[in-house]
Ligand binder design. Structure first.
Ligand code: TYD
Ligand code: MG
Length: 465
């Protein structure tokens, strides 16, 4: 049978090792991400012409109406870690390949070892390829995590061919490769970690996963700007792309699925890293609010939505007289441009001038609140800090602030307010168009930021400061 590659010819092109952008010829600096000396050579296979190709030679399949097809049932196998299963939409699907990205030190190796242990405890067999750490290191960590088990197999190989040979022999039902940047395929040129090698290795592992119905997890390091170096180019090769994020100085870790061929995206799993590894966080709102001091000026609670999950976050602001001509704006876990915009809106639309003040704003607990719903609580926290008056410890606020000072509704308001009510909050400051709330919560509706400031008693209506 004729194949597409028969009579093909090979030429080379270039690709950026940092962002994967293609370049027809070598240049010193990538025009897409700006990295220097990052271009690597990659071979391109081109067909010589299509004249001789027929439907048969192309292996053209049958065309059928969608209505005649039966849907695939999801066959996700639970991993045994509740929060990971929540993020993955039930578990890992046999034959699917998941790319797990995250910054160095965030906990990818810990998470994958715990996933492996959970699967083994549920009767599975797991092959863990640890190309980054020595067998002794992995054993030590496994002892801490209670993951030592006869059916959890460890290989230190960096060659994909050797990994496939181990899979042949062991017949595991979960393969974990830590990391995809450290393995290489002998048949492909280039050094481990280069875009060509990472892609070729991943493609081979994907082929094996499909042929054997083997659930596979590939760990990938991200660069400091948040993109998956090398693995970024794998996002379309794999079935699922998951990211593990978190602040190193806080225990909270968030597992977020950003692409999923077999289930929902936007689901998150929440963990706390402690001395015994990653622990599921079942009630994150309670965790974030555990140490909240009541009735402190500059503190406002936001019922946030992470994926489909509501959680309550405390937004804090502190203002002090600035000692420099350029007052400091210091946002943590918040969008800095959004803070600047809100300060401008407060000045022009609500008569509150924080001009000569340093403004510090933060989300407690290492969490992030960069969604538009955080606008109103952040603005109210700043006003509360400026006037030195608390908002009331049973009050939450949510809403987007427009440049005209108007308040706009955000998605999932009902779910957010139900979570606030569950944790004992009784009052919510919301945009005027917000529909009726769930039981137990009273709404303070405001059409503008100035109205909201007056409605919660921070300033009299029309007042300035
Ligand atoms: P690790 O899984 O090695 O991160 P990655 O593979 O993403 O680089 O996690 C490293 C960090 O996690 C390290 O700073 C130590 C911490 N850690 C704990 O706090 N508790 C634990 O039980 C384990 C295993 C690690
Ligand atoms: Mg690691």
């Amino acid at each position: 049978m004729t194949s597409l590659t028969t009579g093909s010819r090979t030429r080379t092109t270039f690709e950026c090792a940092s962002c994967g952008a293609p370049h027809p010829s070598w240049v010193g600096r990538c025009g897409t991400c700006g990295d220097w000396n990052a271009l690597v050579e990659v071979p391109v296979i081109r067909s010589r012409g299509s004249g001789a190709l027929t439907a048969a030679s192309l292996g053209v399949g049958e065309v059928r109406p969608l209505s005649a097809l039966a849907p695939d049932e999801s066959s996700a196998v639970p991993t045994g870690m509740a929060e990971a299963d929540r993020a993955f939409g039930g578990g890992l699907v046999p034959g699917s390949v998941t790319l797990l990205g995250g910054e160095p030190g965030v906990g990818k190796s810990t998470l994958t070892l715990q996933l492996a242990a959970a699967r083994v405890r549920a009767g599975g067999r797991v092959l863990l390829v640890s190309a980054e750490e020595s067998a002794g290191q992995v054993r030590l960590r496994a002892e801490r995590l209670g993951a030592v088990h006869d059916d959890l197999w460890l290989a230190g190989d960096t060659s994909v061919e050797a990994i496939v040979a181990h899979v042949d022999k062991l017949q595991p039902d979960l393969l974990i490769v830590d990391s995809v940047q450290t393995v290489h395929l002998a048949a492909e040129g280039g050094t481990p970690g280069s875009v060509g090698q990472v892609r070729a290795s991943a493609q081979r592992l994907v082929t094996e996963a499909k042929a054997r119905s083997l659930a596979t997890v590939l760990v990938g390091h991200v660069t400091k700007d948040g993109s998956l170096a090398g693995p970024k180019t794998l996002e379309h090769v794999v079935d699922t792309v998951a990211e593990l994020t978190g602040d190193r100085h806080h225990a909270l870790r968030m597992l977020r699925v950003v692409k999923h061929r077999f289930g929902p995206t936007d689901e998150i799993g929440l963990f706390a890293m402690d001395a015994d590894g990653l622990q599921s966080v079942d009630d994150p709102s309670r965790l974030f609010l555990a140490d909240r001091a009541p009735d402190v000026a500059g503190s406002v609670v936001l019922p946030a939505l992470e994926g489909h999950r509501p959680l309550l976050l405390e937004v804090q602001a502190l203002v002090v007289r600035s000692s420099t001509p350029h007052p400091r704006r210091s946002p943590q876990g918040l969008d800095g441009r959004r803070l600047a915009l809100l300060l401008a809106v407060l000045e022009r639309r609500a008569g509150i001038d924080p001009g000569a003040l340093d403004v510090y704003a933060t989300v407690v607990g290492g969490a992030q609140a960069t969604e538009p719903a955080a606008d109103l609580p952040l603005a109210l926290a700043v006003v509360s800090a400026v006037v030195g008056r608390p908002l009331g410890s049973d009050t939450v606020a949510l809403g987007e602030v427009g440049l005209g000072g108007e308040l706009r509704q955000v998605t999932g308001t009902g779910r957010r307010l139900m979570e606030a009510a569950r944790l004992g909050f009784r009052r919510a400051v919301v945009p005027a168009s917000t529909p009726d709330p769930p039981d137990g919560i009273e709404l303070v509706r405001a059409a503008t930021l100035a109205e909201a400031v007056a409605a919660v008693g921070l300033l009299p209506a029309g007042g300035t400061c």
